[in-house]
Design a protein around this ligand. Structure first.
Ligand code: SF4
Length: 316
């Protein structure tokens, strides 16, 4: 039986970013250095495949520090943690390694700096996301006000409109965030913010790549986890860029083949915490069913790499 023809537009950049790569390396090096079990507070990155792989090597994932025994090392996830968490680990005299992405740590430092200058902070982010919890937790309770939408900007009650600064979550939609920033600047003209916003290079590049392919795609799949903020944003970006059917899949078995009946083109990308092996699996699933032409569309090159913490570095 002849297979139907299908063009698969593969977005580049896609998948792992430097912060995710570093966080996974930190867990692997910690396992080498201290042996199993090594505890990890929260999923090290939001991907079940990655978490299961590390669990099989001896990592134990917990949600709170109190779930870790004091005599085993603990690693804090790439999303960052409130200041109280390392403070508590130090109080319990635990060995801990912070795998917070350096680009999230940069936002923590910004928030701290503004706070020390006497400014009240506004954070643009998603309530309940670990990165938002971690960034808000850099400052005393009540010092960071969260806004999630343009509508929130109209409601937010500030101490002094002349003494305000904002930071953002790193994995937001670039377009939505610039609307929220514009609303903040319109209501609080004196507000101070980062030069652009704090959305990281990986989030920005993956959204740009999706915008480049989405208008040509009958459907688009984002390989990523349902709790991955940057992956969910890629689905939204694809829909907004003109692709009516955009869906998140964790791996090939999630593909709804019936929904894809009759398509002539498909876009594929992946969130920053999805490993390439899962993208290969999805591409192979299409190759099995279609006479596939793969067209990689590269909109940026990435060469960002972050060093692992000194405590884990092995001498060359
Ligand atoms: S998505 Fe951005 S902020 Fe998050 S880990 Fe990757 S590089 Fe760091």
């Amino acid at each position: 039986m002849t297979k139907p023809a299908l063009t698969l537009y593969l977005a580049a950049p896609r998948g792992f970013c430097a912060g995710v790569d570093r966080a996974i390396k930190i867990v692997e090096l910690a396992l080498q250095k201290w042996g199993a079990p090594v505890y990890v507070r929260h999923e090290i990155v939001h991907n079940r495949f990655v978490v299961d792989g590390l669990r099989a090597k001896g990592a134990v994932f917990v949600e709170e520090l109190e779930d870790c025994p004091p005599d085993r090392p603990v690693i804090f996830s790439a999303h960052g943690v409130p200041k109280a968490v390392p403070a508590e680990a130090a109080r319990r005299e635990m060995v801990y390694v912070d795998a917070t992405c350096p680009l999230v740590s940069k936002v923590h430092i910004e928030a701290q700096r503004h706070h020390e200058a006497g400014l009240q902070m506004i954070m643009i982010g998603h309530a309940g996301h670990p990165e938002t919890i971690g960034t808000m937790g850099q400052l005393p309770e009540g010092e960071v006000l969260l806004v999630e939408t343009v509508a929130d900007v109209a409601q937010v009650q500030v101490r002094d409109p002349a003494r305000l600064a904002f930071v953002t979550q790193t994995t937001l939609s670039v377009d939505d965030t610039s609307e929220i920033v514009a609303a903040l600047q319109a209501r609080f003209p004196a507000i101070i913010g980062p030069h652009k916003e704090d959305i990281c290079y990986a989030t920005t590049n993956r959204q740009e790549a999706v915008k480049a392919i989405a208008p040509d795609c009958d459907a688009l799949l984002v390989v990523g986890a349902p709790n991955s903020s940057n992956s969910k944003r890629l689905v939204e970006v694809a829909r907004r860029a003109g692709c009516a059917y955009a869906q998140l899949v964790q791996r090939a078995t999630d593909i709804d083949w019936r929904a894809l009946e009759g398509i002539r083109s498909i876009g594929v990308t992946a969130g920053a915490s999805a490993p390439e092996v899962l993208i290969d699996e999805v591409v192979q699933a299409f190759r099995d069913r279609y006479d596939l032409t793969v067209d990689m569309v590269e909109t940026a090159r990435e060469d960002v790499e972050f060093k692992v913490p000194r405590v884990l570095r092995v001498p060359a």
